[in-house]
Design a protein around this ligand. Sequence first.
Ligand code: ADP
Length: 618
Amino acid sequence: MSRRKEDLRVKEVPPIVLDPASKKQYTKGRFLGKGGFAKCYELLDSETNKNYAGKIVSKALLVKPHQKEKMSMEIAIHRTLHHKHIVGFHGFFEDDSNVYVLLELCRRRSLMELHKRRRQVTEAETRYFMQQIIIGVQYMHGKKVIHRDLKLGNLFIDDNMNIKIGDFGLATKEEYDGERKRTLCGTPNYIAPEVLTKEGHSFEVDSWSLGCIMYTLLVGRPPFETSSLKDTYQRIKRNQYHIPSKISPTARSLITRFLHKNPLERPDVMKLLEDDFFTTGHLPKELPVSCLTTAPRFSSQINRKPLTEVKGHRKDENTPPVSDLARKPLHGRTPPVVEKKDLKDREDVNEDIDDINKSIGEQDALCHLPEMMKQLVKVLDSKPCEKNPKQFDEAEDPAAIPVLWVSKWVDYSDKYGLGYQLNDGSVGVLFNDSTRLLLHQNGENLEYIDREWNESYPMMSSYPESLKKKVTLLTYFRNYMTEHLLKTGATMTPRDSDALARLPFMNSWFRTRSAIVLHLSNGTMQINFFTDHTKIIVCPLMGAVTYIDQNRESRSFRCQLMEQYGCTRDLYSRIKYGRAMVERLIAIKSQPPSSQKQKKIAAPTGGQPKRAESQVEA
Ligand code: ADP
């Protein structure tokens, strides 16, 4: 963005915003993010207690007639749309400085953040998201509205993992049947060839974008991506893209139809849901929130059964039953040995494995530590605290906030292991024998991860005898954390999709004199500093660091933006410490497995861990 536009953008939004016409008051809440023109904050209607996403645009940016017109058009179009898969429009007003638009609050952000955290998602998830997007587009097109900028970042997600199409900044209305639009004021992300060649465009540009969205979700990168915009546009014009062979025939066929160079050959949006892709594959009714960061499981039934069958037959709890090993290709996370070949050519390696493994197979034993190292080193090398402190806020990006973090922990590793609770209310133990047991927040679903990272999904109400000791210990840990430590306040109602949930687990951890370092299998590293209770949570997939200060205020910053705009000394010193901790984690993980000693787990003594050291954090 140009310096001038930056200067003009909304600076300070007052703590209370008043609609001068209606006299309604809105309390400014959390900062949600900034876009090209707007800044978004949560706005609470003090009367009704309803929370909105308030999109706020400085009037200084709406001086020229075309700017005003664009904003009015966005409002005029969006306000006519009322649909469960379109971001709700709840009004707009202005004061002397800004225009305020009240939108439905989408707390789970957008498919963009999901894509960054997950890279490629499973076909079943793609089907789920695409179905909702298409239903929204069918409604929109029925109202003669062409969105013209459908992209992952404009597909918002609500608390229940429902898609909401938003941002009508480039939208237009068909004025008469068969109208071809000649102009487009702005640059759509997934730009269609007929827009590039300016030969006139209409509803079919949205189908093109749907193809790009579907491709990106399944493959993990956009279809025409190159390192330069010029080359990308060339490829679009030449219709030059490649669908990896691992993509199923039905998905391939639909993507190909969407990405037809001739707009008139693209599929009819109204009939899309009759396509084989939707009618022949598994279409989940709901998705769990954990999908935002971890691939779901779609075979819990198949999976649970063999484990209960082996009840009583497993003598050695550290030896997985044959049925577990048999499942390895399906549910094994990549074994904890670092092999260079695992890090490259994933596309080829993964080609033949099934849908579920597509996403799971992404993981390696280092769990994104090298990426994290690079990011932190780059931030530190840019000397961020020597930059202009007035600009530090520019590095903030609330969309990068972690989905899951460790809210409590109990170190009882002299006997059993490390117990912890995540912010969603789930609990886990990394036992001294390097196995993990997780209990989801519904108190029923368990995940057992053995030393080879094979997963099985027993239930609290039925688990194999061999897991008895571990379940007992997990229960002790859970009771200890909920009785003795502060409540996190995580209250979530159970959902059908709980059975699909799959959580990240504790990959490794250690303590220093001044902090505990926790590294989760989704790549997130959290450091809790003992003396001042501050924390950093580094997410290499988002390329972001979240800093929780002494007042428990949390703010997320993008590494790239910190390189540009800098950061405070407090954060700088913690990032520096973080870099040293990543080095240690890499060193631990790079040891041959034989030298990683396995301790025995002591027998539970009954009651609860008494001498455990613990930390309470929300
Ligand atoms: P852009 O200019 O990138 O399209 P916007 O100005 O629409 O972005 O919004 C800025 C940021 O505010 C977005 O990136 C997003 O993180 C957040 N945001 C926008 N709308 C919503 C919403 N309805 N719910 C939650 N967050 C939102």
